[in-house]
Write a protein that binds this ligand. Structure first.
Ligand code: HEM
Length: 207
């Protein structure tokens, strides 16, 4: 009999969502790369360079909007995917790999949103970052070292923007794309496995 159970449908939905997740990660990385042509990672230049991108660069406003929507959408879809995968449970190795890669991807996407906080050098971003730095500093033993690594050791300055930009534009996007790819592949593998099992069941029923 063909499996059209609720869990089966959710698993197919998870595969569709994993394609959308990889697409969003690629869109964010490509538009981020385009923003980098004009963006200046410095305390004095960041705000003005983003204003130039929005008001003067052809389609700059569109690239910035697509980047913001894709970046924030990645967190949203990743969270929806966690719920879909939880409900469509399947205790197979590829499903567990998909589950873990999606959780790590959501954490990476949150990290990308967090490191972007100071990149526009706005009043809101600056003061929010100061508060978050004070919270991180309160972590026992490693708090002050973490803050020194993030800020560059001399308050919130150009060095801080550069440190956050390095994380935001190299390490984290590479991680996000790698995780989104592993996530999609593991769900496609499960789909393949389920299809094979169904064919075997049909063969056995007919013989
Ligand atoms: C998977 C890849 C990426 C994701 C998910 C991502 C996500 C984000 C998010 C959520 C924001 C904040 C948007 C907001 O204000 O709400 C942002 C801003 C920004 N990102 Fe990315 N990003 C990615 C890759 C990159 C890359 C590769 C670069 C540059 C090489 C880059 C450069 C920037 C810049 C300059 C901003 C500040 C722009 C603004 O405030 O409008 N991003 N990104």
């Amino acid at each position: 009999m063909i499996d059209v159970s609720w869990e089966f449908r959710l698993r197919r939905l998870a595969t569709i969502l994993s394609v959308a997740i990889l697409t969003l990660a690629l869109m964010a990385a490509i538009t981020g790369g385009l923003l980098a042509f004009y963006y200046q990672p410095s305390a004095g230049g960041a705000y003005n360079s983003l204003e130039t991108i929005t008001n003067e660069v052809p389609f700059g406003w569109l690239i910035r909007s697509v980047h913001n929507i894709a970046g924030n959408g990645l967190v949203g879809l990743g969270l929806i995917q966690i719920v879909v995968m939880f409900l469509g449970e399947k205790f197979r190795r590829s499903w567990i790999a998909g589950w873990i890669s999606n959780i790590l991807l959501v954490l990476t996407a949150i990290g990308l949103g967090w490191t972007a906080m100071l990149l526009d050098w706005s009043q809101e971003g600056f003061w929010r970052f100061r508060i978050e730095v004070a919270t991180i500093e309160a972590i026992p033993l490693i708090g002050s070292q973490l803050v020194a690594i993030l800020t560059g050791g001399s308050g919130v300055s150009t060095v801080t923007v550069q440190h956050l930009y390095a994380l935001h534009s190299y390490a984290l996007p590479l991680g996000a794309i790698a995780l989104a790819t592993v996530h999609l592949i593991s769900l496609l593998m499960l789909q393949q496995q389920e299809r094979r099992e169904k064919q075997n069941e049909l063969l056995e029923a007919n013989s």
